[in-house]
Design a protein around this ligand. Structure first.
Ligand SMILES: [Fe+2]
Ligand SMILES: [Fe+2]
Length: 263
């Protein structure tokens, strides 16, 4: 058995609650922070924020490109279809929020400047390719991408004190925590079969994630060096790994154990 035979029309209360939560917590980029406040940071921090915010804007777009088609397969599911439409809108809002902040910080216009790093494009491509092994693979990659995004923002939120960006990050984090729960719920609903096939497939995907997300050379990248100026990229990576393990343990304790061993 590869993936569970679940009716796409099964009502799922947890997904319905997540959808309602997204509607109750809808926010607006224009009013979520005080855009009239000047950004008062030192030159070093400003340079670091430029790199971090540009990276965040690009990755919000990249995740839209890869999650969109992957999650679209669930669009027939009554509750999940609502969640996915809200989810997609939220990712586009995040990209816009980071883009607007980047423009304020640099006095320059996006999207001409929105160029993802080759390494990030490669990571998404590789993970997408791995996820194509099966629909369950797509769902696991969605869980991973959302957990990496969410825990990265958690770390940055704990370090960034600049008020305009801090407020935006707070709003984005609320959405990202929900995205992790949506993807985890979808995985549990459709793909948590307990089969040996599932275990093998997940191990392959986690191994690819480890190789590409946390290669030692990444610590020399422009992005990780920028993170080092406001905190520690190694501390951030440890935080991300710990969050992945706990999210996957909540889906299935065995998957959590595999993640701990592989990451
Ligand atoms: Fe996002
Ligand atoms: Fe997200």
């Amino acid at each position: 058995m590869r993936d569970k035979e679940v009716s796409y029309f099964t009502y799922d209360q947890e997904l319905q609650n997540l959808y309602l939560d997204s509607q109750e917590n809808r926010w607006n980029v224009e009013t979520a922070t005080d855009w009239s406040l000047p950004i008062q940071v030192g030159d070093d921090e400003k340079e670091a924020l430029k790199v971090i915010v540009h990276h965040a804007a690009c990755n919000e777009h990249l995740s839209l490109q890869s999650l969109g088609p992957g999650l679209a397969r669930y669009i027939q599911h009554y509750n999940l279809s609502h969640c996915i439409s809200a989810f997609t809108e939220e990712e586009a809002r995040h990209a816009y929020a980071f883009g607007k902040y980047f423009e304020k910080l640099t006095d320059r216009k996006l999207p001409q400047l929105l160029k993802p790093e080759a390494e990030d494009i490669a990571i998404f491509k590789k993970l997408n390719k791995a996820s194509l092994i099966s629909p369950g693979g797509v769902a696991l990659v969605a869980v991973l991408i959302e957990t990496v995004g969410c825990s990265t923002f958690e770390y940055l939120y704990s370090k960034i004190t600049e008020p305009v960006l801090s407020r935006l990050l707070g709003a984005i984090l609320t959405d990202e925590k929900r995205h992790v729960r949506i993807c985890s719920t979808a995985y549990k609903l459709f793909h948590n079969t307990g089969s040996s096939y599932e275990a093998r497939r997940n191990r392959i995907i986690l191994t690819i994630a480890r190789q590409h997300l946390y290669r030692e050379e990444r610590f020399e990248s422009k992005y990780f060096k920028a993170v080092d100026k406001i905190g520690s990229s190694r501390e951030m990576v440890d935080h991300v790994k710990a969050r992945i393990c706990s999210v996957l343990s909540d889906i299935d304790p065995e998957l959590g154990k595999t993640a701990k061993a592989v990451l």
